[in-house]
Design a protein around this ligand. Structure first.
Ligand code: GDP
Length: 399
């Protein structure tokens, strides 16, 4: 069974993304079923997955038992997959995904969320995708399927992916899950896993940079102390190292007294790991999701920054109307979201009347209501009223 901790196989977090009802959850369940039948992990049925994907998929086991359920080995054992259907918050949160399977229903073809998710996948740095054209059982006309595939290849290219080479697999996730129609069911899931093994690249992990981990969750373990879990973004850390808890008003120095991954104690954690960190002398209330655990002094927590922002069009699921200076959406970065006021850089002519249109690429200054760890090169997402309205790249941070 899966769930074993191993550094031999790189950990690879993969999500199913795509428009609502196109079959993300069904496909995830079908993959877990398929791989579990090959001894590569534990089957999660649809209800288990749908209930709390973010909980189940975290891959952190320091205090919960959920993780074993979602760790899989593909047959070639090149990757250790952590697989999950991905809600918008997980994509915008961006803390997790190394790769993604974009699910498109053959009955509808691409839809606004297909485009939105593609854009966000690119934004959060996912280099390669796989495409699963689902529900082929509901489409009789092979030309229709060809059309959906062609349109997907165009769309991939449009968003900076390799539209020609990206593997596109057509099948039915439901049949695979229900054990029917193996030609279009389980065989296609196997093809998808083979494609994952050969096509997806393990991202280069930044081992040489200063340690940084996103805090996703905080637990108090009786007799041991406070543990924070999250994904190591960069660097390495060893037991006994000094670390700093940073952001949301905090700047606390402490010592990391224990590291745990997949139920195993380790001496060292590194970029790409989902790990739990035991912190000396820290109370549960002192740490929060949205903060970072970092090598002391390696990054600043700030409220003000300058960024290049792309505003989504309505066809990408974004706004229908323009906005003006002092617009206040919610900024999502890593595991947190904070309200931000956006204004034009000082000296912008006619700043008071100036409009930002959907589809625009614009430089703006952001001021957050709480400080968070930011630096030039950090990427973020802007959302408002349940919609993604923009994506951004920070060019400069201020004190
Ligand atoms: P999600 O919102 O993208 O996670 O979509 P779900 O996985 O919840 O699937 C939406 C609906 O489509 C459910 O009723 C599924 O049973 C159905 N569905 C999923 N895959 C297939 C398929 O291959 N064929 C058919 N006919 N229905 C499917």
């Amino acid at each position: 069974a899966g769930g074993k901790f191993s550094r031999k196989k790189p950990h690879f977090n993969i999500g199913t993304i795509g428009h609502v009802d196109h079959g993300k959850t069904t496909l995830t369940a079908a993959i877990t079923k398929h791989l579990s039948e090959q001894g590569g992990g534990k089957f999660m049925d649809y209800s288990q997955i749908d209930k709390a994907p973010e909980e189940k998929a975290r891959g952190i086991t320091i205090s919960t038992a959920a993780a074993d359920h979602c760790i899989f080995s593909t047959s070639s054992t090149r990757l250790l997959l952590v697989i999950m259907p991905t809600s918008i918050n997980m994509i915008t949160g961006a803390a997790q995904l190394d790769g993604a399977i974009i699910v498109v229903s053959a009955t509808d073809g691409q839809m606004p969320q297909t485009r939105e998710h593609l854009l966000l996948a690119k934004q959060v740095g996912i280099k390669k995708l796989l495409v699963f054209i689902n529900k082929v059982d509901q489409v009789d006309d092979p030309e229709m399927l060809e059309l959906v595939e062609m349109e997907m290849r165009d769309l991939l290219s449009q968003y900076g992916y390799d539209g020609e080479q990206t593997p596109i697999i057509m099948g039915t996730a439901l049949a695979a899950l229900e054990g029917r129609d193996p030609e279009r069911g389980s065989k296609k899931i196997q093809e998808l896993m083979d494609a994952a093994d050969t096509w997806l690249d393990v991202p280069a992990r930044d081992l040489d940079k200063p340690f940084l981990m996103y805090v996703e969750d905080v637990f108090s373990i009786s007799g041991r102390g406070t543990v924070v879990t999250g994904k190591v973004e960069r660097g390495t850390i060893t037991k006994g190292a000094d670390v700093e808890i940073l952001g949301l008003g905090a700047k606390i120095k402490t010592t990391l007294t224990g590291i745990e991954m997949f139920h195993k104690e380790l001496d060292r954690g590194e970029a790409g790991d989902n790990m739990g960190a035991l912190l000396r002398g820290i109370k549960r209330e002192q740490v929060r999701r949205g903060q970072v655990l970092v090598a002391p002094g390696s990054i600043k927590s700030v409220k003000k920054f300058k960024a290049q922002i792309y505003v989504l069009t309505k066809d990408e699921g974004g706004r229908y109307t323009p906005f003006m200076s002092n617009y206040r959406p919610q900024l999502f970065i890593r595991t947190t979201d904070v309200t931000v006021a956006l204004t034009f850089p000082p000296g912008t002519e006619g700043a008071d009347e100036k409009l930002v249109m959907p589809g625009d690429n614009v430089e703006m200054v952001g001021e957050l209501v709480h400080d968070i760890a930011l630096e030039a090169g950090s990427r973020f997402t802007l959302r408002e009223g349940g919609k993604t309205i923009g994506t951004g790249l920070i060019s400069e941070v201020y004190e």
